[in-house]
Structures are given as C-alpha cells and as structure tokens.
Design a protein around this ligand. Structure first.
Ligand code: SAM
Length: 238
C-alpha cells in the first residue's frame, strides 16, 4: 500500500515536471521566448555559487562535464555560462535518465527516514530529457554532448578528454567513487570539482565518498558562498 501511494505521488510529480519542461520548450519557438529563457537563466546563474565556480574554472583549459543531469536544471545554467564565456568548449552530460543502476543504492546512502525502496525509485522516467536538452542547445548554438547510460558504461567514453570543471550531482556513495576514480585525473591543475551532495543530510554517502577519496590526496573540500546558494568544491592541485 505504501509503495502504491509513493508511486502515485511520484507519477504526479513527474507529470508536473514534464509540463514545466514543455512550457520551457515552447519558448524556443519564438525570438521573444528564447530571449526570455536566457534572461531567466541569467537570473538563476546570478544566485548560484556553482556558476561562480564555473566562471573561475574557465580560466583553465579543458571541457566541462556534469555527472548527474536529471531534467537538466543545472546543465542549462552551465551551458548558458559556457556559451557566454568559452563558446568553443564542449559541455558533457552523463546520466542514465532512468535513475540509479541496480545495486547503486548501498547502506551508506540510507538514512532513518529514507529507505532503500524509497531511494531506488527516484529520478526514473526522464527519457524525454536528452531530446529536450539537445533541442535547447541547438537553439542557442551551444556545444552539448550527452552520454545516456549508467556511469559504468559511459565514463569510458569521456576518459580521453581533459576538464576544467566537473560537477558531481549523482547522490550516492558508489556513484561518487565511480566518477572520481574515472575523472579526477582528467581534471587539469587549477580545475574545479563541485560536489552538489556534499554535507547534505539526504545523501550521507556522498560526503563519505568524497572524504575517503581525498584522504590521501593533496586537495580538501572548501565551501563557496560567492552567491546566494553555497557550493562545496575542491581545486585540483598542480
Ligand atoms: C539529483 S539528480 C541530478 C540533478 C541535476 N544536476 C539538477 O540540477 O537538476 C541525480 C541524477 O544522477 C543520476 N545518476 C545517479 N547515479 C547514476 C549512475 N550510476 N549512472 C548514471 N546516472 C546516475 C540519476 O539518474 C539522476 O538523474
């Protein structure tokens, strides 16, 4: 019974998100709509320390990557910033667009009020997102390269690139370790890694994974309050 109600609520939430994205997509059809869309993104970027860190990171060479895209809210802001400041760089986005892989949620991610069952159903049903994001990027001539699939299958496809900026927003302990194992060495000295889930009550495994990974490395996690919404990050050492 609880699972039935949970699924019902999840479906409703998802329908609301799709309706919101359809309204956003409709803006791409007219010049006024497109400029309104960009103005809205500018407002969101002005609130975001993630974006302030990205602006700093773009002083270094390399591409940009987000691991954990979901419906593309942060990715659109990243794309807008890169288009304004470094339009030749490519923004990569990695996501299954169907939630966590089987076995992706482990004991490190579960809290008293968030069971494994509950977490496993999150972020499913985002199949419509890649086409929407590609259409958005095309409309503004932004360089976007999406890789759909579980990280274990997609990280290899970007491992020949170097990155000025890596945004990790994949929630779980296992996801963080997979991404850091594959991409830490691909981030250039002075490049920045932002940890969206660090120090959150919802995803304790994210903090644990980052702390464990950095324990024998020279970097440490810092927090940026450059803009209204703070962000946890590290700067890659030389
Ligand atoms: C919190 S959401 C991302 C939110 C997004 N950055 C935003 O600002 O709206 C986390 C995403 O990570 C993805 N994800 C988590 N683990 C993954 C894995 N192992 N492989 C692929 N995608 C994964 C989920 O599918 C989900 O869409």
């Amino acid at each position: 019974m609880i699972n039935f109600v949970r699924q019902l609520l999840r479906n409703r939430r998802n329908a609301r998100r799709i309706a919101r994205d359809e309204a956003s997509d409709a803006r791409l059809n007219s010049e006024t709509g497109r400029s309104d869309f960009l103005a809205l993104l500018d407002e969101e970027c002005a609130q975001s320390s993630l974006i302030a860190l990205l602006e700093d990171a773009l002083k270094q060479p390399g591409d940009i990557i987000e691991c954990g895209v979901f419906r593309g809210d942060s990715l659109r802001r990243i794309l807008k910033t890169v288009k304004d400041r470094a339009p030749d760089r490519t923004v990569f986005g990695l996501d299954s667009f169907e939630g966590f892989p089987p076995g992706g949620i482990t004991g490190m991610d579960i809290t008293r009020f968030r069971s494994k069952d509950r977490l496993e159903g999150k972020f499913t049903n985002a199949d419509d997102v890649p086409a929407r994001l590609n259409r958005f990027a095309d409309a503004f001539e932004m360089k976007l390269d999406l890789h759909k699939g579980y990280f274990e299958h997609t990280l290899g496809g970007v491992s020949d690139r170097t990155f000025a900026f890596l945004h990790i927003d994949c929630d779980t302990y296992a996801g963080h370790i997979e991404v850091l194992d594959a991409l830490y060495d691909r981030v250039v000295p002075g490049g920045i890694i932002v940890f969206d889930d660090y120090n959150t009550e919802e995803w304790p495994g994210a903090t644990q994974a980052v702390d464990e990974f950095l324990a024998d490395r020279p970097e440490s996690v810092q927090v940026s309050h450059a803009r209204a919404k703070p962000a946890y990050y590290m700067i890659k050492a030389a």
